[in-house]
Design a protein around this ligand. Structure first.
Ligand SMILES: NC(=O)c1ccc[n+]([C@@H]2O[C@H](COP(=O)([O-])OP(=O)(O)OC[C@H]3O[C@@H](n4cnc5c(N)ncnc54)[C@H](OP(=O)(O)O)[C@@H]3O)[C@@H](O)[C@H]2O)c1
Length: 251
């Protein structure tokens, strides 16, 4: 198991929390150089990659921030994972039945009604924190869908998922809530183990060996709205992502 995190210490800590052979690795998703270096390290292990789980994310930055020329949530949640996948997909293809698991979110619904705003990827025309998060999560699922199409000539699969609503550090960028006496929110929260169940299911379930191109929630296929099933937007997102990462693409 290869455990990726932004610092060596965090990656080592993650690796130490599980048993078996582990390799910590540093990946900062806003830094294309670290993505390429991490992927080089993985490829140099010369072993097939059975599972690639794309899970890192940030949510609702209160001020517009940029990385690599685009709005930062799009950069971290989508573009960094896109580049990492491009560098590692040949090793996933080499596995007996490789799987890419992309952690999206039901928050894709907060994306603009028309879908991804390709003319506003830098957020300069307009920036609403949760809309930008929703757009990045829509991008996760469209990327997974297009990847599944591209993997059709192999045994490998790609699926995306909504993990549920889980109290984690994802809310670190939100302003502190005033106590309105209604701390018992009507939202059904999952524990962290429950919140990891759907990606573990996608990564391991034998019955999913040939299931690809879907979006899951609660360990079952879910049918999201038409923005998530827009093959034209998925293909365009892929082309735009290639262009945005062109100096770092896998030769
Ligand atoms: N929690 C929910 O309710 C919920 C709901 C739907 C979907 N999701 C999705 O679930 C995934 C996991 O989120 P979480 O809830 O576990 O949040 P979290 O506790 O904040 O974990 C996010 C992880 O992403 C890493 N990360 C952030 N920026 C990064 C960067 N630039 N490069 C590399 N790694 C980076 C963080 O590392 P550091 O600790 O070093 O910052 C952290 O390990 C995300 O994709 C999120 O969108 C969560």
């Amino acid at each position: 198991m290869i455990g990726a995190a932004r610092t060596t210490e965090k990656a080592e800590e993650a690796c130490e929390s599980v048993s078996g052979n582990t390799t910590p690795i540093v990946v900062e998703l806003t830094d294309f150089e670290t993505i390429v270096a991490a992927a080089d390290t993985v490829r140099s292990m010369d072993a097939p990659l059975d599972r690639l789980i794309l899970n890192a994310g940030i949510m609702a930055l209160q001020q517009l921030e940029h990385a690599n020329g685009v709005e930062k949530q799009f950069a971290v949640n989508h573009l960094g994972h896109f580049l990492l996948t491009e560098h590692l997909i040949s090793t996933v293809r080499r596995a007996r039945q490789g799987r890419v698991v992309v952690v999206s979110s039901g928050a894709y619904r907060w994306a603009p009604p028309e879908g991804i705003q390709f003319d506003n990827l830098d957020g300069v025309q307009s920036y609403v924190p949760f809309t930008a998060y929703g757009q990045s999560k829509l991008a996760n699922a469209l990327f997974s869908r297009e990847l599944a199409r591209r993997l059709a000539d192999s045994q490998a699969t790609s699926n995306s998922l909504h993990p549920g609503v889980i109290p984690t550090n994802l809310s670190r960028h939100l302003p502190p809530r005033e106590d309105d006496g209604d701390s018992g929110s009507s939202m059904r929260l999952k524990t962290i183990p429950q919140g990891t169940a759907t990606q573990c299911y996608l990564a391991t379930a034998a019955e999913l060996a040939e299931v690809t191109g879907y979006y899951f929630a609660d360990c079952a296929v879910a049918y999201p709205d038409e923005r998530m099933q827009d093959d034209e937007a998925a293909a365009r997102l892929w082309a735009v992502s290639e262009e945005l990462t062109r100096d770092y693409r896998y030769a």
